[in-house]
Design a protein. Sequence first.
Length: 449
Amino acid sequence: MTWLAGTSAAMILLAGGLHARQAQPVAVPTPSIASASSSQRGNPILPATQALFDGLVASDKMPGIVGAFGVGDFPTQFVSAGRIADAPTAPAAGPDSLWRIYSMTKPITGMAAMLLVEDGKLNLDDPVSKYFPAFATMRVLTSPDTSLSSVPAKNPILIRHLLTHTAGLSYNISAKGPLLKEYERLGILPGQVNAQVEAQARRARPTTLAEFANRVASVPLIAEPGTKWSYSIGLDVMGAVIEKASGMPFDRFVQTRLLDPLGMRSTYWSVPASEAGRLSTNYVFVGDTRSPLDPGATSVYLSPPRFPYGGAGLVSSARDYDRFLHMLANGGTLDGRQVMKRETVALGMSNLLPAGVTFGGIGGGTGGAMSARMGFGAGGSVYLEDAPNGGPSKGTYGWGGAAGTIAWVDPARRMRGTVMVQYFPAEKWGLRQSVPAALARDMARMMPR
């Protein structure tokens, strides 16, 4: 993941720039459009990062961008530029603006699962069939790209396989041929794009997480469970397992055990009408031409989904996601409140891949390119060694979203970062390289000469 190169070293400057202030727990501000606008004064501690963001907007590469960067318990540094949509009357982008975080939902679902491990209600090596018996008789495709011919699976799908994309499941964003058609026929489409696409998807999509999981169990796998890393709907199935194991609706469990304790007041499966003014517009690029794909004012995210999508369903703000990362960096506590046990956080951010399975990244997509040997934890990638040139340290955990959002936490240095933008394809402007480079320039400015 070269998009993190230099990030850890660069963020040391946050502690240096704030050393005169003793960190104290602070009340979470009530989000508002006005508070987003107030962030437009620029960030004097991170001038190179501010200049990068300003330049991206000034050159019309995007309407707006927000970053949240922190170290330890010093105040989070927010860097913002532009607006949440192209319209000149759109609110300024800021810490409380709302963004579709897509696959950055996965680490939240992963940590929700780890809470059930902490509670003794889940075990990483439990078979999924313990919760959904239909998974007891899985089959494996013999030619995944061309045929639905299959043979009986030799291994059961385990909880750790769902968390680490090693269950042998696929994704409608990557499946091909007959398998893709089968996913579409069964409505195995756990995500939202816009109202038009949603109207088509809802015709086939199941209405509950349990029904979704059982339909997934009826489709052959692309690989033997526990033998291959393949990006998948595993975290969506994990949501169904969390629901079954906890005895509580999945979204309520996440709200009760993570969002509420962390004060994440701007993280939603469905954005309330009262907060619609903070919701960004999502865009799509064809070449360098940007067009609105899901306008904030009429977004599909203003209506409840069929069920909560654990792999790609949340909308959040830079302030909120920073609080989630801050808790992880602190080993499970935030503002003096324990949300998860330290050992639970450490396990979730460790390499949970089955023996013999490696994570090779997914190119320029959501995972970025690799700069060091990596594994995979509960819904996010994990550095297995220190990256070169001052990059992330061993144990750095994170993931990104399909609309360009980025998040990482370096627990060894208690550093974290979130970047919020909103466009497809995610790697259009190379933020996973340019943001760390700007942070590194900010660090160099503060170093003694």
